[in-house]
Design a protein around this ligand. Structure first.
Ligand SMILES: Cc1cc2nc3c(=O)[nH]c(=O)nc-3n(C[C@H](O)[C@H](O)[C@H](O)COP(=O)(O)OP(=O)(O)OC[C@H]3O[C@@H](n4cnc5c(N)ncnc54)[C@H](O)[C@@H]3O)c2cc1C
Length: 505
């Protein structure tokens, strides 16, 4: 298996494949990993996936949980939206974590090293051919020599200007925002250097100050109007309008890194063809508002990894791979549409938009966030724990309020234990909350599926689980089958109908 690109998407894909026992090579044309922060938000669903491969503690140790957002107008704090542990009882990681992308990637690379895989640097994909039963790829090595590699599958995790997507002739429709974004990592002081996220609503531009780990360190993200950008060729920190920054009382002591970039909103027409797949920015890009991009790429990687591993290891028919695109493209399209609406709303010009931003938002937002239902809804949406594959080919049945396709609800079992610990096996598994019948136990044993029976607690009803029902869980922690059948018949027919031989090894 060849993974092209060692950004967060490629790293997670290679790591999961390695942990699932698949021989994998991962190449990147750069000499060294990125050293800039770029994507900052690591969402709860990503941390849940990283916990499955034993990395979440190290990622959390690098970051700052997002506790609150302060909104500022004309240098005055007009509102504070408390997030706190907004997702308490919903996830073992009830917050969004602010972690610079380079620090996050370092943890993933260390995990990959521990699994015995090193990223092959200064190694570039030059081209490939899908031969029907394998893929032949041409790769330029650091010494300039070209190597021919034959692999069962190839994954293009090669970013927004993906060569793999280009070579497959897959369209990348969408558009480009007129705004130019700038990002700067700074040492700074002032009231907005307070360990929280601060946003200025003054202008029809976007300015946010994120806390970074370390005294006085922050990351500033803002937009520059197209007119301003057009006046300069190579923009630097000195070209940024400083009015809002001054009004916030922000003293910039040092600019450690500064960059500008255009933001696009695009989704690839297909997420692969034949034995070649696309994942991450190669498949979808959108505005960074909401901190979803990198997390969505990691979600793609996990979805693809276990399917490839099941097929490569002979535990499933190749048809399983056809479920990757429909499961992921539906979410990518929704995400791009939503972030587009939010971003356009934030940056809209005109008197009405200004009044809404300056008068309505500061009053309405904190009031809304005080409502528990709104907090739950927002957490589930932003954290990506709400993503469901209901209605897809691998999703069947319903038991309690949990449908096939839903993420397995998280339940704490007290004293630091929970039902997600079982997901570390990265294997298909059965969960029963209550009593499992003997016949169900026997069917699971015969099919090589580990059965986890958790003693029933009333609190399990809250996330929608049904006592004594049976939940077949995929290696990525999504419920495949939810059933009240206690005899194991539904399990056997589910697996047979989909050509799954979910062996435990
Ligand atoms: C300046 C900047 C600021 C950003 N800020 C934010 C932000 O605030 N919030 C947010 O959510 N997102 C942000 N992003 C986007 C975020 O960085 C991406 O969503 C994320 O990196 C996507 O990960 P990926 O692994 O899919 O692709 P990438 O990280 O782009 O990785 C692709 C890798 O493929 C390699 N590659 C490409 N072609 C080849 C080839 N032919 N052969 C071998 N290797 C190849 C590249 O060298 C690269 O390492 C920002 C991006 C940039 C550039």
């Amino acid at each position: 298996m060849l993974v092209v690109g060692a950004g967060p998407t490629g790293l997670v894909l290679a790591l999961w494949l390695a942990r699932l026992g698949v021989r994998v090579r991962i190449i990147d044309r750069t000499e060294a990993p990125g050293t800039t922060s770029r994507a900052l938000a690591v969402q709860a669903r990503t941390l849940e996936f990283e916990r499955q491969v034993g990395l979440s503690d190290a990622v959390v140790a690098q970051g700052v949980p997002l506790i609150a957002v302060n909104l500022w107008v004309a240098g005055r704090k007009v509102a504070r939206v408390e997030f706190g542990a907004m997702g308490v009882r919903l996830s073992p990681f009830p917050y969004a974590l602010i972690t610079p992308q380079d620090a996050h990637e370092r943890v993933l690379i260390a995990g990959l090293d521990a699994a015995g895989i090193s990223v092959e640097r200064k190694t570039t994909l030059r081209g490939f051919e899908d031969l029907g039963d394998r893929v032949r790829a041409r790769v330029a090595r650091p010494d300039g020599r070209e190597e021919e590699v034959e692999v069962a599958y190839l994954a293009g995790c090669d970013g927004a200007s993906s060569d793999v997507r280009e070579a497959l002739g897959i369209g990348f429709p969408g558009g480009t925002y007129e705004h130019l974004f700038y990002v700067a990592d700074v040492d700074a002081s002032g009231p907005v250097i307070n360990g929280e996220l601060n946003g200025a609503l003054d202008e029809a531009d976007f300015l946010a100050i994120f806390p970074l780990r370390g005294e006085g360190r922050a990351r500033i993200v803002g937009t520059i109007r197209a007119e301003a950008a057009a006046r300069h060729t190579a923009l630097s920190w000195d070209d940024i309008g400083k009015d809002v920054i001054a009004r916030l009382g922000l003293q910039i002591l040092r600019v450690n890194w500064f960059s500008t970039y255009h933001v696009h909103h695009r989704v690839a027409d297909r997420f692969g063809r034949g034995r070649v797949f696309l994942a991450g920015d190669a498949a979808h890009i959108h505005s960074p508002v909401g901190g979803q991009g990198m997390n969505t790429g990691i979600g793609d990687a996990v979805n693809l990894a276990w399917k490839l591993a099941n097929v490569v290891r002979g535990h499933a028919e190749t048809a399983l791979l056809e479920t990757y695109e429909p499961e992921r493209i539906a979410f990518a399209r929704r995400l791009v549409a939503t972030t587009d609406r939010v971003f356009t709303g934030i940056t809209r010009r005109g008197p009405l938009a200004r009044r809404v931003r300056l008068r309505v938002v500061p009053v309405v937002l904190p009031a809304l966030f005080r409502l528990p239902a709104v907090r739950r809804f927002m957490f589930r949406t932003i954290s990506q724990t709400v993503i469901t594959y209901r209605g897809q080919r691998l999703s069947a049945g319903r038991a309690g309020r949990v449908h096939g396709g839903d993420r397995l609800p998280w339940v704490s079992l007290g004293e630091g234990h929970d039902n997600f610990a079982a997901l570390a096996s990265l294997a298909w598994q059965a969960h029963v909350y209550g009593e499992a019948s003997t016949t169900l136990r026997e069917t699971c044993r015969a099919r090589g599926i580990a059965l986890h029976a958790f003693t029933w607690r009333r609190t399990m009803r809250r996330p929608g689980l049904l006592r004594n029902a049976f939940y077949l869980v995929r290696p990525d922690g999504y419920v495949a089958l939810a059933s009240t059948d206690r005899a194991g018949t539904a399990l056997a027919s589910y697996l047979d109908a989909r050509g799954l031989r979910a062996a435990r090894d």
